[in-house]
Write a protein that binds this ligand. Structure first.
Ligand SMILES: [Zn+2]
Length: 265
């Protein structure tokens, strides 16, 4: 944990110690290089220090990407994606349904303005009938990607550069959605993070100046396949049956179903 000490008690105004060459050298701690004085923010290829390429195809897979042990995410310059302060569904795993809710649902009305959470570039602007509906994926210089789902209208195109607070879409109820709301996700290299770790919707403000993502504490999920047993799944994922039971609120005798999702870390 000693590695975190330089960041403790710092505010957004403080200068962040930056190591010279991130990611390619497998540096365990990645701090966005633009936080070092005199380094320009690259909005044309945001967070190139973390992502192997820029594409408009894949939402959550990053081939050839190396996930660093730790990524320090600065939330400086944020904008709340909506004026709404009402959370209708939390982020998290639902053991009973064997399903994961990868984002946070915030109540919005159809036509409400949805805004870019940070400066960045639109990576995906697409319609998906059964899932996100009209949705956007933005990549930001701080290493995050943000996802905005169930929009009634998309106001930006792929590869557009946006600034924090810019209107990017209108609230809606498209895709697999009951009742108009914004489905909002925050991810690093496809790894979902609870948006509430960064965005305090009820109080309409940011929750932290820096969010520290660590590989070892990230949540890992496994989809049960035919022939799987709890002990087999535990072995495949370098964990124990008792840990899986604890994470999912089940016992070692619980019957698992094919297609069910289990949290394994
Ligand atoms: Zn949702």
């Amino acid at each position: 944990m000693a590695v975190f000490l330089p960041f403790m008690g710092m505010t957004a105004q403080d200068e962040i110690p930056v190591r010279p060459s991130p990611v390619q050298t497998m540096d365990p701690v990645v701090v966005p290089p633009y936080l070092s004085v005199g380094t320009a923010v690259d909005l044309d290829n945001p967070a190139a220090y973390l992502y192997p390429d820029w594409n408009n195809e894949y939402v959550h897979t990053f081939e050839g990407a190396i996930l660093p042990d730790t990524v320090v995410v600065s939330t400086k310059g944020y904008s709340m994606p909506t004026d709404s302060t009402y959370i209708t569904d939390k982020y998290g795993y639902r053991p009973r349904r064997g399903r994961m809710h990868m984002g946070l649902d915030v109540k919005v009305r159809i036509g409400d303005t949805i805004r870019a959470a940070f400066d960045g570039k639109v990576r995906i602007s697409r319609y998906e009938r059964r899932g996100y509906g009209h949705y956007l994926v933005l990549r930001h210089p701080n290493g995050l990607e943000t996802v905005y789902g169930h929009l009634s209208k998309r106001l930006v195109d792929e590869n557009d550069i946006v600034h924090a607070g810019d209107p990017i879409g209108l609230g809606g109820n498209s895709g697999r959605s009951t009742g108009s709301h914004l489905h909002f996700e925050t991810r690093i290299l496809g790894n979902a993070i609870n948006p509430e770790n960064m965005f305090d919707f009820p109080n309409h403000r940011i929750a932290t100046d820096f969010y520290v993502f660590t590989k070892n504490t990230r949540e890992v999920y496994y989809k049960v396949r035919s022939g799987d047993t709890l002990s087999g799944i535990a072995m495949k994922n370098s964990t124990s049956v008792s840990n899986i039971c604890r994470l999912n609120g089940i016992s070692k005798n619980t019957v698992i179903r094919v297609g069910q999702t289990l949290r394994v870390n």
